[in-house]
Design a protein around this ligand. Structure first.
Ligand code: NAD
Ligand code: DAU
Length: 377
């Protein structure tokens, strides 16, 4: 089936996008406003350390967009938005999302990811079901492949029926939220869908995550911390490809179904880091302004970025391998990623080179403070 030829079941008109100022959420807002300009989109975001109003600067004059700073735990606020804006579709990205932070401080993860998701579900139930305001409603929950736990080298990839076996507090909190979403369908009849996606990369990703951290550290001549032996495997997907998958699931996914989204693109961490080193080494050779812009980068003194690679203590409970079997969304909804890793990683590097002010503001601010108080990086 092609992406244009399938049954349409839900027509989103007024969307509430939680976490729309974060990495994937802000890319979703850009994607959605470009793809569906006749719809209205309300972003609800608490602007935690990971949320950034600047992620939405490109679209701030768009008349279809309204930004609301607020917490998903604030049920009165959420209920008011659902009623006042006649919301028919919730796309729920808001979460605490970084595994390392969940190891150092799990409480915030339980609060936002479990209780916060439940607050949203309660508000949606009250407005859409109890008050019968919207027959045609959809709660789409954005989740992760980490709920399935870890794979051995020759295990088949995760399918939607792989048993849940979360290993980090982050993954456990996401698994709990997935179950709550399911329960609100089974018990109350809320229309829900869930997507479980693999590792995303692309623009606006907070530089505590592997790919943007490595780019920023190379440019500043700082060590590239590789946890353990660096042979852990992740299945990388360009962020726009994730958001196109979510779009398909919202409009055409079957009620109460879950869909895995992935890129069929498994890489060991150390190989990704080496690839980024090689690409940036070449960039320094071909663009003369690089040495002036980034005087602390190793390439300026004739070295390679690879010299910065530093093996450090492994992450506690570190999952060895993730891999997504996306055949359900491909077969049912005609999904396939558009970006190859080759093109996606080049676009991403280019974005970080062109948006130095964006990541430097983060690296110089609260993020550095968190690193110093939690561990040396
Ligand atoms: P992120 O950390 O970059 O952004 C999270 C956003 O949620 C931020 O804007 C933050 O301000 C907001 N937020 C946090 N707590 C909130 C609260 N209580 N109320 C309102 N807003 C709040 O995260 P991300 O990487 O963009 O991930 C988005 C979603 O996608 C998450 O649910 C995550 O579990 C899921 N996911 C992420 C990946 C990935 O590779 N990054 C892969 C699969 C699934
Ligand atoms: O799989 C989906 C998940 O991907 C999402 O649910 C999470 O929200 C998202 O953060 C991401 O989780 P990971 O833990 O896989 O991503 P992270 O970028 O933190 O790490 C990727 C891999 O790189 C992981 O095996 C840990 C390793 N790593 C990470 C950092 C930050 C290092 O070796 N060194 C580092 O400094």
């Amino acid at each position: 089936m092609t992406e244009t030829a399938k049954n349409s079941e839900h027509k989103p008109c007024n969307l509430l996008v939680t976490g729309g100022a974060g990495f994937i959420g802000s890319n979703f807002v850009h994607y959605w406003l470009k793809t569906w300009p006749d719809t209205r989109l309300i972003v609800l975001d608490a602007l935690t350390y990971a949320g950034n109003r600047n992620n939405l600067t490109e679209v701030e004059d768009n008349k279809s967009l309204r930004f609301v700073q607020g917490d998903i735990l604030d049920e009165t606020l959420v209920e008011g938005l659902l009623r006042d804006e006649a919301i028919d579709t919730i796309v729920h990205f808001a979460a605490e999302s970084h595994v390392d932070r969940s190891i150092h401080g799990p409480d915030a993860f339980l609060q936002t990811n479990i209780i916060g998701t439940h607050s949203l579900l309660k508000a949606a139930k009250r407005v859409w079901l109890d008050d019968q305001i919207k027959d045609n409603h959809r709660f789409h929950h954005v989740s992760t492949d980490e709920v399935y736990g870890t794979l051995k080298p020759n295990d088949p990839a995760f399918t939607e029926t792989t048993p849940y076996a979360p290993n980090s507090p982050y993954a456990a909190s996401k698994a709990s939220s997935d179950f709550l979403v399911r329960a609100y369908h089974e018990t109350y009849g809320l229309n829900v869908t869930t997507s479980n996606c693999s590792n995303n990369y692309g623009s606006y990703q907070f530089p505590e995550k592997l790919i943007p951290l490595v780019i920023a550290n190379i440019l500043d001549g700082k060590p590239l911390p590789i946890y353990g032996d660096g042979q852990q495997i992740r299945d990388w997907l360009y962020v726009d490809d994730h958001n196109r998958g979510i779009d398909l699931v919202i409009r055409h996914g079957r009620n109460n179904e879950t869909y895995n989204i992935g890129g069929n693109n498994e890489w060991a961490n150390i190989d990704i880091v080496k690839l980024i080193c090689e690409l940036l080494d070449k960039q320094f050779q071909s663009a003369s302004d690089m040495a002036i812009r980034f005087p602390n980068a190793p390439q300026v003194t004739g070295k390679s970025a690879k010299d910065l690679i530093t093996f450090v203590k492994d992450r506690a409970g570190h999952d060895r391998r993730y891999a997504i079997d996306a055949s359900k969304i491909t077969g049912e909804l005609g999904y396939s990623p558009k970006e190859s890793f080759e093109t996606g990683i080049r676009k991403t590097l280019q974005w970080y080179l062109e948006n130095e002010t964006w990541w430097r503001a983060i690296m110089d601010g609260s993020y550095q403070h968190w690193l110093k108080t939690n561990y040396n990086k």
